[in-house]
Write a new protein. Sequence first.
Length: 95
Amino acid sequence: MCDLSGFLARGAPLNQVTITQVSPPAKIGTESIGGKSYPAYAVKMTITGRLTRIIDYIGYVENGVFRSARVQDVTINGTEDSWTGKFTVVLIAQR
């Protein structure tokens, strides 16, 4: 999970957002892919920045090096150039 943390941190300056809160990865159960079960982990995040940059960051996570990563439970609030995005990154890991 350390690689995930580094990946998430590197994406912030690339997408011009600020990570204001991030939870440690927590196991949330298992997910089934192709009839096999794999452990799933969740990281809750809060970021701030321009609306388009927050959307770009979410795309960075979903289209990045972690092919099994997805973003869910997204809420974005704000006005003009001051926005806050809250979401959960779910990663399915290999055993």
